[in-house]
Design a protein around this ligand. Structure first.
Ligand code: FAD
Length: 318
């Protein structure tokens, strides 16, 4: 069953499920750490697991003679391989993320064909962020400027249309496509109205559901869903939740993800500097409970690959 069907089944049965997002291992790491992060969550029956996609970075090495060596390197390669390994090991649907950044549409087509052969039939289609040496996002010369173009490419493939045209009598992939949405507005968007218009275009192009950026005040999410519905977006909108776990998160999360932390959460964390992790867990449990009461079909937990706090959260809720 693909993720769109899983979400619709959760809606029909009025049973909230959960999903979680992991990073692929660092280059040189094996699979054991990621399996160790997944295993304690499996008894709670996750609906599916997301695996992020990381674009290349630039690594500079100074040689002994003072000259400089540049490497274009991916610190966390292997999204597709680790997704297939997890799906086959645990029998749970896995959603590899796929980005436009740094990839040509031909690279993307090859990746999608590999995914299809490996039995991965879900994909979260994203633009990705700028590379570290760019001032703003620059598409690959033969790539896509926005996530909508990636959604179109995947939807075309599902209809048997490849980059170089139609293939007669071809095997049709059947990817279920998710896209990202931003309750507190994407940082590059002019305003929420235009951001939601772009989101609607991604859905009209073939996305079957939306996963949101993390938020810490459920009112942001409920407002966003209302605005999306008013704009004609009818697909499920899955909330993204992240438990804070360190005092550093109070600065890093708003800066990195353009989100606000409610004053009450900041106060609580600052009042208990040695127990920020517990504060984050309690806050996320309260957010989750309210979302479950509102009939949300799936809660998406961001983990950064450390799942001990997510274990406590799902133990309390599922
Ligand atoms: P887009 O939908 O292309 O939107 C980007 C900006 O362009 C927005 O401001 C939008 O309003 C605007 N826009 C969209 N279409 C148009 C258009 N046609 N014309 C003009 N403006 C337009 N990043 C990774 O690198 N790897 C990951 O694995 C990853 N996973 C993520 C998972 C989730 C759930 C979320 C919410 C984000 C994730 N990201 C990931 C981050 C994401 O790549 C960035 O937020 C990126 O800056 C935007 O991606 P997008 O798919 O929303 O882009």
């Amino acid at each position: 069953m693909n993720v769109v069907d899983i979400i619709h089944e959760a809606i029909a049965s009025k049973r909230t499920r959960f999903a979680f997002e992991l990073l692929p291992p660092l280059k040189g790491d094996g699979m054991q750490k990621i399996f160790a992060a997944i295993e304690p969550l499996m008894p709670f029956d996750p609906a599916y697991i997301n695996i992020t996609f990381h674009r290349e970075g630039i690594k500079e090495t100074v040689r002994e003679d003072g000259s400089v060596d540049w490497h274009i390197a991916r610190r966390r390669p292997g999204t597709v391989g680790i997704s297939a390994a997890i799906q086959h090991r645990y029998g749970v649907e896995v959603v590899p993320h796929l980005i436009c950044g740094g990839l040509s549409k031909y690279d993307i087509e090859d990746t999608l064909i590999d995914m299809d052969f490996l039995g991965l039939h879900n994909v979260l289609a994203l633009r990705g962020d700028k590379s570290q040496n760019e001032r703003r996002f620059m598409p690959h010369p033969q790539g896509h400027a926005h996530a909508i173009d990636l959604v179109r490419q995947i939807a075309d493939m599902n209809r048997g249309k490849f980059i170089d045209g139609e293939v007669e009598e071809c095997h049709h992939s059947k990817f279920s496509i998710g896209v990202a949405g931003y309750p507190e507005v994407h940082f590059e968007a002019r305003d929420l109205t235009s951001d939601i218009a772009h989101l609607k275009a991604k859905v009209d192009a073939g996305a079957g559901y939306v996963v949101t950026q993390m938020f810490f005040d459920n009112r942001c999410f409920f407002d966003f869903v209302r605005r999306c519905r008013e704009a004609g977006i009818t697909v499920p909108i899955i909330p993204g939740l992240k438990p804070i776990s360190t005092l550093r998160h109070l600065e890093v999360l708003p800066e990195t993800f353009s989100v606000k932390l409610p004053e009450a959460l900041v106060r609580e964390a600052q009042a208990h500097p040695d127990h920020v992790r517990e504060v984050g867990i309690e806050w996320t449990i309260a957010q989750s409970r309210e979302l479950m009461q509102a009939g949300i079909p799936v809660l998406h937990y961001y983990t950064m690959s450390r799942t001990t706090n997510i274990q406590q959260i799902v133990k309390a809720l599922f």
